[in-house]
Structures are given as C-alpha cells and as structure tokens.
Write a protein that binds this ligand. Sequence first.
Ligand code: ATP
Length: 373
Amino acid sequence: MIELEGLTKRFGDKLAVDRLTFTVRPGVVTGFLGPNGAGKSTTMRMMLDLDHPTGGEVRIDGRRYARLKEPLKYIGALLDAKAVHGGRSAYNHLLCLAQSNRIPRSRVDEVLDVVGLSAVARQRTKGFSLGMGQRLGIAAALLGDPEILMFDEPVNGLDPEGIHWIRHLMKRLAAEGRTVFVSSHLMSEMALTAGHLVVIGQGRLLADTSMSDFIGQNSRSFVRVRTPEPERLRDVLSAVGVSPQVAADGSFEVADMEAAKLGELAAQHHVTLHELSPQQASLEEAFMRMTAESVEYHAHSTAGLADAPGDREGAAAPRGLEEGGDGGVAGGREDGRVGDRVGDRVGDREGGREGVPVWGADWSAKRRKGSAR
Ligand SMILES: Nc1ncnc2c1ncn2[C@@H]1O[C@H](COP(=O)(O)OP(=O)(O)OP(=O)(O)O)[C@@H](O)[C@H]1O
C-alpha cells in the first residue's frame, strides 16, 4: 500500500504537486492520470525518495522509502527506461541490483525470462531498442519480487505487441494481490488496464474513484442528428419536451430520446434527416473535460510551430523532447534504490532553471567515470 498525505513539491515559483492525499491499494491496477506537466512524475519521484517533498509525506507499507532496508524487496519501479548504464549487459545490470539488495543470482535469470530478454541478456544495453529497454526496466522492478510496483508511462513508444504484453503483466501482478500504480496521460489506455483511477491536474487531486464509477458518471450517450431543417426539427422536439444541444458543426445532440423514436418523430412531421446516429462520449473526452482547466500546454494552432511549448521560456520541454528524462529504472543507484541522485533534474535543487532537460549526457559521463567495473 502507498499512502500520500498532503504531499507537496515546489520548484522555485512552480507548485508542481499541491497537497496530494490518496492511498494506492493492493489487488487492483491504479491508474495515475493527468495531462502533461500535471505532476505525475514528480509525485512518483517523491514516492521513491528521488525528490524531497516541500511538504507532506509518502509511506510505503507504513514506512518512508528511506527507511526501507532493501527497497527492491518492497517496491519496484520503472521510471525511465533510458536510465541504464549502456556499457553493461542486461544480465550484469540486473546482477548489480540483485547483489546490492541481497537477492539471489537465480532471480536474475527468472526475471529475464519473465520479460522475454533471456536471449539478449549478455548484450550491452546500449544497443537496446526502446521496447527492450522498457522490458529491462520492468525486469529490474520485478527483481525483488516486491508487493508494490510503480510504472511511469510504461507503454510510451512501444509497439502493439509490447503494449499488449505490459497491460497483461500489470493486470496479472494486481491479480496476485500486489499494489500496481501506473501513470499515463491517456484515459483510453487506462480504461483498458486500471480498476481504480487517481486523476490530477496542475498538481492537485481531481478524482480518486473506481474505474466503473468514472465510466458510469462520464460516459454520456446521445443521438447525433443532422438536418437541413434545424428550426423545424427543434420545434418538433420541443413539442415533446426535448431540447437538443447544438454541436460546433451545427448538428444536434439529443440525450433524452432513442434514435429509432427520434427518426419516427421526424418522419411523422416530414422533417428531412441527413444523419441519425447513436453516440457514446468517450472516456478520453470525459478526462479532457475534467482536466481542461489544468492543462498546462494548449495547442492554439498548427501555424505557429515556432511557438511550441519547448520554446516558451521556463516551460518544460514536453515528454519526448527532453534530452534526459526524469528518473531511473529501478535500482539505477548502485544500492538498488531507484534512480540516481546525480541524475536528479537540475531544477530539483531549488533555484535551478525550471524545466531544463537535465542530466542526459552529463549523467552518463559521470557514471562512466565513477564505474571502474
Ligand atoms: N526538476 C524540475 N525543476 C523544475 N520544474 C520541474 C522539475 N520537474 C518538474 N517540474 C515542473 O513540475 C511540473 C510537473 O512536472 P511532471 O514532470 O511531474 O509532470 P507530469 O505529469 O509527469 O508530466 P508528463 O506527462 O509531461 O510527464 C511541470 O510544470 C514541470 O515543468
């Protein structure tokens, strides 16, 4: 179980995480949703003691992360699949983590097998594809057979087979009674995987609900009607107490009547229809409505590409444009704690330039120097 209480993180003027209080429970995949820049990664980093909270606290099975003696046995995480020492083989990467957490060597082979990397285990990770890197990161997370697993955007950049595999893995881990916490900015993805949802926007909690409640409350169904005689159709509908909403393209959205009944009514009054189609508002739309006010980067037009978010002063480069990324595969630190202090983003040291992509090349150079192995 992961418990957050009033968790807060400020980077200079930027309030990235704002008094978050919620509990992630075992036995179910909990989706952690929010638009870009909502504070998901920062929250996860604080859960793993990679960023220090400005206020509040996180407890992993009742204890602070820093107090866990062999952390990989309690919590495994995939934060950034690129945060692996490229000169090491997949096997050696996992072996280092295993040794620092007193995990038997045999477990390395087991997890390599689970993630399907046994055949390439002796290859240097430098040549790994994104998908292979994700699998290696997941292997590291599974190494200590932890009860709690955390994945930050695990399907990013994966091919359909990889996405399918990760979805099933997460569900299986939850079915085994583990706590599985997974972030995404795609509601459609979470709808397929998660049983519970935590939604944040601009660092604040917007929803903490079961997926079925979210679907029940947000999947609006209606009938789309297109007619060359909108005034007449409106009169016909209002005579039976129905008032349609007018969509941006001029079509009507009728929520209180079935399509067949609506068609019959129009026919009775000789109103021509060009479209009559039942619609189901997508969960993605519901999520976008919920977070609309807290979206940090709005696309205004495609004309001004030079004004893309990354060009704004002080704005973080959107995911994918960042050079480094923001964390570490489970146990990027030699002691098996997730990530690496050296790799913390510059801005984490208060007063650093906000949103600067930070460690990338610098980090790997330091790691190379530091590792004589
Ligand atoms: N090290 C840092 N220094 C300064 N600002 C930061 C730092 N890390 C995050 N931020 C800012 O905090 C906010 C939350 O960022 P965070 O990466 O946690 O969001 P996110 O929900 O994970 O976004 P995404 O889906 O784009 O990964 C953003 O405005 C970001 O610019």
